[in-house]
Design a protein around this ligand. Sequence first.
Ligand SMILES: NC(=O)c1ccc[n+]([C@@H]2O[C@H](COP(=O)([O-])OP(=O)(O)OC[C@H]3O[C@@H](n4cnc5c(N)ncnc54)[C@H](O)[C@@H]3O)[C@@H](O)[C@H]2O)c1
Length: 357
Amino acid sequence: MRTSMFRSVESAIRRVSTSSPSTSTSSTHFARRCFSSESAPAPARKVAVLGAAGGIGQPLALLMKLNPLVSSLSLYDIAGTPGVAADVSHINTRSEVAGYMGEDQLAQALDGCDLVIIPAGVPRKPGMTRDDLFNINAGIVKTLCTAIAKYCPHALVNMISNPVNSTVPIAAEIFKKAGTYDEKRLFGVTTLDVVRARTFFAGKANVNVADVNVPVVGGHAGITILPLFSQATPKGSNLSDEQITALTKRTQDGGTEVVEAKAGKGSATLSMAYAGAVFADACLKGLNGVPDIVECSYVQSNITDIPFFASKVRLGKNGVEEILGLGPMSDFEKEGLEKLKPELLSSIEKGVKFANQ
Ligand SMILES: NC(=O)c1ccc[n+]([C@@H]2O[C@H](COP(=O)([O-])OP(=O)(O)OC[C@H]3O[C@@H](n4cnc5c(N)ncnc54)[C@H](O)[C@@H]3O)[C@@H](O)[C@H]2O)c1
């Protein structure tokens, strides 16, 4: 029987989860599905979290355990996963949970996966940019993607490890070398930028946060994060140019806001786990053939002259079904787009170069 605390969490989630079209299609339904006792028949899906004992990995493991679309949950890390897996496995939801620790168990962790989520790596400390993480995280991503190519080459990959602007191109190069690359199956997770843009916009425009949609395009670092507030819905109170500039900056610096508040104890973990779980849920729904699942993601793209670019993406049975265009942009956003291109391109080139060394 459910406890009263569980019931109050469920009702809180229901209150904030009202359905709305477009980019929130999956996010607004996600929490409701997770905390729902309805048992919709869903195909078996194995999901792995690599880096599952970390700050993001643990709450992400919890949220994936609550997702009824998951039948098998594989928790991998270089340390600590037996404990996390034993703990999460006691939750009375559909998925079987297994913990794997150390590289000699990576093959088993990945075998038969439909979806692999990667939050493995080191997070930022105050004063660091995401790019400062490159040297350590690039190597981790290279190792993990080499194993994915070998043991579950058809899985969708959700890359959370920073710098996402470079780790996604690294993964693409590793998969190309292994002969398994399918650009429809590789995603940089930029959902946290969308989550932040929605929250910050709702606060300023005086609208219900659960109804807000804001596409966020470009990449996932500093000025490469470009929220398109001119397309935000519902419109709410009219915002001045100064307010839009401030909202844009706050969205771009959202990660740094958390890094500074945590004062050396890491970067966003709880909101990132939520965002990662929302995006993973959207991918699973797409795989299961649910129509009209649209989320923003950083993918191989030709909607601009930059080879990897975040924008709204329609998800389907094979991963990316359609990359949606940028839509009408304000002059401020057009300017932001031109400004971000050199940095984004250089991060992509850095990743490609690293992978081919
Ligand atoms: N995409 C985003 O929006 C976003 C947001 C926040 C953080 N991040 C990134 O996510 C990553 C993880 O952040 P965190 O706060 O969870 O860090 P953390 O240090 O708390 O956890 C990382 C985990 O990865 C594990 N790990 C290290 N090497 C590994 C390997 N080779 N294989 C498997 N696991 C390995 C560690 O043991 C640890 O448990 C960082 O790169 C961070 O910058 C991304």
